[in-house]
Design a protein around this ligand. Structure first.
Ligand code: CP
Length: 313
């Protein structure tokens, strides 16, 4: 049985099917007719991924076991493996894990009888971010073949870059990279171009956050925007239809001029919105593959979801 660890394990047809499921869940209010527990185990900070998983799970009617690493037995030295085993033992039906170790997946291994979703593994993979990026591109172009997609920024420290480069190539896009000196990743076999070439050729410009927390020496930000970021001058040089993505959080006036964060080309907040629906799709797909649910228990919700008195349809 598959976990959701990397999109390398999903073929083109399956990826497109996940996108279609996500769009279906945006339109239809669905709920699972069974009590199911989801545990979101975030050992690294997160706003978007953690909260959109919580919204996705609640939209599906799941009970969310919120785990706060600061108040957990991690502080007594408990390992990721033993923490995950604990949630399995107390009845979780799904684990969502983010951890700073590139290889936490190997630590977990195949010792679990419930599906696990990778919500970020060190500098290695961020497959749910990749899927929401891909949905955002698909909404724009309805296909990937022949699109010029440039991933720009702190490539060597970025898990988003790695997940996206290989998946977009598999889907038929022409993938290019651009990075400051020292931030290239030689293990990624894609052409490097300058940021000025990038803005001219790209149909999609995918900016990356500078991952300060993963740098061994402090990076001085002065002049990064002018040298490597999306300035207003560079934005004007982009093709009329080209769009800008960024996984966020954004370092305003570093990777992108603050006035461009919500410009017409920007899909940054659209990406976050898409995150809820792709995560719903991944959860349902895994629960089905693991035999925890079947088609019959996904039913149309009768009542709108109510969060603290705010009705969401
Ligand atoms: N894009 C992303 O992973 O954001 P968070 O770190 O806030 O989850």
């Amino acid at each position: 049985m598959r976990h959701f660890i990397s999109l390398n394990e999903w073929n083109e047809e399956e990826i497109i099917h996940l996108l279609q499921m996500a769009e279906h869940y945006r339109k239809e209010q669905l709920t699972l007719k069974k009590q199911l527990f989801a545990a979101n185990l975030f050992f690294e900070p997160s706003t978007r991924t953690k909260m959109s998983f919580a919204v996705a799970e609640r939209r599906l009617g799941m009970d969310v076991l919120d785990f706060n690493v600061e108040h957990s037995s991690t502080q007594k030295g408990e390992s990721l493996y033993d923490t995950a085993k604990t949630f399995e033992a107390i009845g979780a039906n799904l684990l969502v894990i983010r951890h700073c170790d590139d290889n936490w997946i190997e630590e977990i291994g195949n010792h679990f009888s419930l599906p696990i979703i990778n919500a970020g593994a060190g500098k290695k993979e961020h497959p749910t971010q990749c899927l929401l990026d891909i949905l955002t591109i698909y909404q724009e172009y309805q296909q990937f073949k022949g699109l010029n997609i440039v991933i720009a920024g702190d490539i060597s420290h970025s898990r988003v870059a790695k997940s996206n480069a290989y998946t977009l190539q598999k889907l038929g896009a022409n993938v290019y990279l651009t990075a400051a000196n020292g931030w290239q990743d030689k293990s990624l076999d894609f052409p490097y171009i300058s940021i000025d070439q990038a803005v001219q050729i790209s149909d999609v410009l995918m900016l990356l956050r500078i991952q300060h927390e993963r740098h061994e020496t402090a990076y001085i930000q002065k002049s990064y925007l002018q040298q490597f970021g999306l300035t207003k001058r560079r934005e004007k040089a982009m093709k009329p239809h080209a769009i800008v993505l960024h996984p966020a959080p954004v370092n305003r006036n570093v990777e992108i001029d603050t006035d461009l964060v919500e410009c017409e080309r920007s899909r940054i907040f659209k990406q976050m919105n898409n995150g809820v629906y792709v995560r719903m799709a991944i959860i349902v797909k895994l629960l089905q593959e693991w035999g925890i649910i079947d088609e019959a228990i996904v039913e149309k919700r009768q009542q709108p979801i109510n969060y603290r008195g705010v009705s969401c349809s």
